[in-house]
Design a protein around this ligand. Sequence first.
Ligand code: NZQ
Ligand code: ZN
Length: 386
Amino acid sequence: MNNFWLTLPTEIFFGKGQLSVLGKELQKRGAKCVLLAYGHSSIKKNGIYDKVTAILNDAGIKFVELSGIDPNPRITSVAKGAALCRENNVDFIIAAGAGSVIDCCKAIAAARYYKGDPWDFFIRKASVTKALPICAILTLAATGSEMNGGCVLSNEATTEKLPMGSYKLKPRFSILDPEFTFTLPKYQTAAGIADITSHVFEQYFSNPDVPITDRLCEGVLKTIIECAPIVLEEPENYDARANIMWASTIALNSILGLGKEEDWATHMIEHEVSAQYDITHGVGLAILTPNWMKNVLSEETKAKFATYGRNVWNITGTDDMDISLKAIEKTAGFFKSLGIPTRLSELGIDDSRFEVMADSALKYHGIGGLKRLSKVDIIEILRNSL
Ligand code: NZQ
Ligand code: ZN
């Protein structure tokens, strides 16, 4: 088991009606003027916007708004948000929405104190030294951004989508009300589930074996597999939504990677596809994951995939390679059952940009932990996903 350093500073308020703590929690932290950031129309349609603004008015907290943050959030929104924060002496940021809104707010929080181009954080030209505090009001179970320090931004000018992170960007507190996810379209619910599942895989399928961490991963995977069909059939099933929401947070708040190297190759390839074609992150992962699994399965890695097959899918037998192949089929079947595309061609993607994507994926660092991927591997994974 590898050494690790862990800090989990985010306070979580989980459950029905927890938005009621917002005013008090902001006052407790001395907030006088907040940036209220959100996406397009969802929080206005489902009433969250009205509830949040009423709470801020009641608490006597001024606010300025940043709306229209796109899925696959753009670096241009970060510059806009940071300018708003400077001009209005903003001392706290509320990210009300899904992963893209929370990610954009993290970059704004850091950019507020940085004089250069915010993209510098993403190309490793600058690191986060100081950041505004953030609270997240989560409306989609997917990224885990509500309890981690990571964010992923897109730069249309360079056709790049890159991650950056710092513990200083972990939200101070996050409000997780499963009822806020009732209004999600089936497609977004399903994409979110695929993303959560992939986060577990990225940590689970890596060396070394760490029984405590690996068994936790398997428990989260089994819960997702059990609850996914329920939330898709009954979008207002509170308990199923609650389990999926907490799974999303646990899946990427560090706990499931403790002591392990982690992999993240599938995410890095998906970010390239999203950078080129602006697709939904979770859908890209659902398409790529089984093909990544086939690429990395070998005599060396089969024991790990067989353990997954036995412990998560209850596949029996003695031949590890046979169980591994069956487990990969089960995984592909699970993603298919979510009702989202299973091939890149369904999204109008062809092989014309595969070379560019593979080069770009390897531009800043190597990718893959379980197996270090070459350019040829990346292109093979993409080609098998067509
Ligand atoms: O813009 P609005 O109108 O709010 O609509 C959003 C958006 O269109 C809608 N939505 C959200 N909550 C809703 C709702 N519609 C109805 N009812 C609700 N309750 O859903 C759409 C998707 O939003 P988005 O923020 O893009 O989704 P998600 O949470 O999946 O975030 C994806 C982004 O996060 C990054 C991804 O790369 C992608 O850019 N990631 C961030 C990570 C992190 N910070 O740790 C890790 C992830 O692996 C991931 O890379
Ligand atoms: Zn993800």
